[in-house]
Design a protein around this ligand. Structure first.
Ligand SMILES: NC(=O)c1ccc[n+]([C@@H]2O[C@H](COP(=O)([O-])OP(=O)(O)OC[C@H]3O[C@@H](n4cnc5c(N)ncnc54)[C@H](O)[C@@H]3O)[C@@H](O)[C@H]2O)c1
Length: 264
């Protein structure tokens, strides 16, 4: 049975940033479906998980103090508050510190606490960090966020090299645009004709679209995969930025070629 080969049944996976109804919650639900034992942590006490601030090592340690044996970690915490969207020339050190703490420092803390438990118990394990495709490319008006996600990818690779000899794999999932309630207008924004035209799979993602690749990386099916970045982006990074809504370079003029390829 493929479930047996995945080996997720009974595995205790710490999920940091488990609440919010977005990607973390989707991962917790899919882990439960796979028979694993997710241990959810969130800073928001309303979410029904263990409460800890992932920016504070003592707080995460306290939240996991009763657990010695874990099998892995998914670090989900991150994001860019609208108030921190800025032009590069307008950014502030305070803003940079806030965004780097939220995305990068939290990842270092989660990883330290869980990796130390794995090492102390002499157990193999799998760690997955949630990054973003903007960390592979750029984010106009979101420089600290893009830089912090690039740093999470670098951290993932360094940790993979250091922890590999102990049987601990470390990978990242670079997420594209996902429709989550966190785009807090009450309901996820609908896909528009524009999103459909510029995303190869013609839609934004769902939390389950991210949870699937995360479960693969946590599972024994990925036993030889470490230090890798798996994109879950509906093909967004495969598509050059200079393509127009007809999937032709913006500099291809109206005329015979365009008409032959697009029919209009
Ligand atoms: N939503 C997207 O389109 C998208 C795209 C690319 C990458 N990502 C990344 O995916 C991850 C999750 O995104 P989401 O949209 O599901 O987020 P979300 O805000 O819905 O969920 C994140 C959860 O983390 C918790 N959290 C925040 N700070 C914390 C802290 N210091 N300690 C513990 N918990 C804390 C929040 O309470 C929340 O429940 C983030 O790293 C984000 O950068 C999201």
């Amino acid at each position: 049975m493929i479930e047996d080969r995945m080996g997720l049944k009974g595995r205790r996976i710490v999920v940091v940033g488990a609440g919010g109804g977005g990607i973390g919650t989707g991962i917790v639900r899919m882990l439960e479906e796979a028979g694993a034992e997710p241990i959810g942590i969130d800073v928001d006490p309303q979410q029904g998980f263990r409460v800890a601030d992932a920016a504070d090592e003592a707080s995460v340690e306290a939240a996991l103090a009763d657990i010695d044996e874990v099998d892995g970690l998914v670090h989900v915490v991150g994001g860019l508050p609208t108030a921190r969207w800025d032009r590069v020339v307008d950014g502030t050190t305070e803003g940079w510190n806030e965004v780097l703490t939220r995305n990068l420092i939290t990842a270092t803390v989660s990883m330290r606490v869980v990796a130390r438990k794995l090492l102390a118990a002499g157990r193999p394990g799998s760690i997955v960090n949630i990054a973003s495709i903007v960390g592979l490319e750029s984010m106009p008006f979101g420089a600290p966020y893009a830089a912090s996600k690039a740093a999470v990818i670098s951290l993932t690779k360094t940790a993979a090299v250091e922890l590999g000899p102990h049987g601990i794999r470390v990978n990242a999932v670079a997420v594209g645009t996902v429709r989550v309630l966190q785009n807090k207008t009450g309901a996820p924004a609908l896909d528009t004709p524009e999103t459909k035209a510029v995303l190869p799979l013609a839609r934004r993602g769902t939390p389950e679209d991210v949870a699937g690749p995360v479960l693969f990386l946590l599972s024994d099916l990925a036993a030889f995969v470490t230090g890798s970045v798996l994109t879950a982006d509906g093909g967004a990074t495969a598509r050059p930025g200079y393509m127009d809504m007809d999937n032709l370079p913006v500099f291809v003029p109206a005329g015979d070629l365009r008409t032959r390829l697009t029919g209009h």
